[in-house]
Design a protein around this ligand. Structure first.
Ligand code: NDP
Length: 254
């Protein structure tokens, strides 16, 4: 905790919301992508929806980070670079590369809640790193938590990107169908892109050694594990020959 009531309140709020989000998403799949369905209010097309949801994570983080007194230190700069490596792509490149379905849309309520979360999450992590992270000094550069966190981030980032690349290859431009993905992490689990995302943010939390990073990791777990379970169920119902040994999101276990 930092002693700043706004910061600490938001941090507690994110941690408190995580189990509620997980419980809801275990019962109801978030209605976008393959789980898109009517009855969730007005929607906006998939590409702008992604940009509106994810841009605050990149831009908000940058604004709060650059206002902090530790912003020019090497370790905070490395963490800033990792964050932007992920979110500049997710907000401004991924939406144009993904093979989105023509006519697909995302409910406005999801776009607003996703953008709000990304804004709060960006504020918590950026402010911690460039204002409250006094331990992120020169000595931290050789700390095993920092180094192993960087390795984990790299592994997770690679798995996430490679898995998204395999998914992109399942559709030609303009196509809208679904196929069983094969290769890479899909040999083991139905959602290696989500697994990669979780490993990356677990690594980020370790490297920054912060409650903000931990809260983001926990919230991502709450969001992505139930969604992976919904995807897995959907694959099994739709494809009778779906690989029987493939797990949901943790190889060999779940
Ligand atoms: P999905 O795996 O559901 O979909 C990714 C893309 O691949 C979509 O364009 C989807 O099309 C397409 N696709 C998926 N499966 C198939 C298939 N079997 N055949 C053909 N095309 C397929 O991921 P999300 O859209 O939920 O998420 C995208 C990225 O954002 C992921 O990398 C994820 O990790 C990240 N993310 C992170 C979150 C976090 O909390 N940190 C939260 C949500 C996402 P369509 O949309 O038409 O189904």
């Amino acid at each position: 905790m930092t002693g700043d009531p706004l910061y600490d309140g938001l941090l507690i709020g994110v941690l408190a919301c995580a189990p509620i989000v997980a419980a809801v998403l275990l019962c109801v799949a978030a209605p976008y992508g393959r789980h898109e369905r009517r009855g969730w209010g007005p929607g906006i097309p998939t590409r702008p929806a992604w940009i509106l949801m994810e841009a605050p994570a990149s831009l908000g983080f940058a604004a709060w980070y650059l206002g902090g007194p530790l912003a020019l230190r090497p370790v905070p700069l490395v963490l800033f670079a990792l964050w932007q490596l992920h979110y500049v792509d997710r907000a401004f490149i991924y939406p144009f590369r993904a093979r989105v379905r023509h006519g697909g849309s995302t409910p406005l309520a999801i776009v607003i809640s996703g953008a709000a979360f990304n804004l709060v999450n960006g504020y918590l992590n950026a402010t911690f790193i460039s204002t409250h992270g006094a331990h992120l000094d020169a000595a931290w550069q050789t700390d095993p938590r920092f180094l192993s966190g960087l390795v984990l981030f790299g592994l997770g980032y690679g798995l996430n990107r490679h898995s998204d690349h395999i998914l992109r290859g399942l559709r030609r431009p303009g196509e809208a169908g679904y196929e069983v993905p094969h290769g890479g992490g899909f040999r083991f689990v139905s959602c290696p892109n989500y697994l990669g995302e979780l490993i990356a943010w677990g690594g980020f939390a370790l490297a920054s050694w912060s409650l903000a990073g931990l809260a983001f990791f926990v919230f991502s777990l709450a969001n992505l594990v139930p969604r992976a379970a919904s995807h897995h169920r959907w694959y099994r119902q739709r494809f009778p020959d779906y690989p029987p040994r493939r797990k949901i999101i943790i190889p060999g276990l779940y």
